[in-house]
Design a protein around this ligand. Structure first.
Ligand SMILES: [Zn+2]
Length: 172
């Protein structure tokens, strides 16, 4: 069991998954949980064995980018070395999604990033510099310094957890 230090000062909102949308908060949770589920499906593209992570970047209700963890373009699709350690040049899902925007005509400024696992510190630096203003994630990565850095930069961080029939939104 890994001990995960969850940043304090959280607000938790619980919404039944099938509840009809009543107000803007409910609507936001419903949208967020759908985009996060898309990121979860996108993670299935990853050929990494240790952990599969998916990310979606949404701006003005449009998906402008996506990514999953994997090796750079042109490298063989194997993420782990002979000792089952992740190769140092494997890109995280967030880094792949952000760099994909760089190749497009879109701008990530003001966008929301949906990612299945909370960002590490390296990806958090990229998130800050790319102008992303909101991060929604599913589970915590074993180290939470990335989320702490995002908070320091004034980026809204939200954890969405599905517990039974409820979606629990934790505003960090
Ligand atoms: Zn990362």
């Amino acid at each position: 069991m890994v001990n995960i230090r969850v940043p304090i000062h959280c607000i938790t909102i619980v919404l039944p998954q099938k509840q009809t949308m009543q107000n803007n908060t409910d609507k936001q949770i419903s949208l967020d949980s759908r985009y996060l589920r898309m990121a979860q499906i996108w993670a299935e593209n990853s050929y990494c064995k240790r952990r599969q992570v998916g990310a979606i970047i949404v701006k003005d209700k449009m998906i402008i980018s996506d990514g999953y963890n994997g090796t750079p373009v042109g490298f063989e699709n194997i993420c782990e070395d002979d000792n089952d350690h992740t190769k140092p040049y494997v890109l995280h899902a967030e880094a792949n999604a952000i760099t994909k925007v760089a190749q497009s005509n879109n701008s990530s400024s003001g966008a929301t990033l949906y990612v299945t696992t909370s960002p590490c510190i390296e990806c958090s630096k990229l998130i800050i510099q790319s102008g992303i203003k909101r991060v929604v994630f599913g589970e915590y990565y074993r180290i939470t310094d990335g989320v702490e850095l995002l908070k320091r930069a004034g980026i809204e961080c939200v954890q969405l957890k599905t517990i039974g029939d409820n979606v629990e939104m934790v505003i960090i």
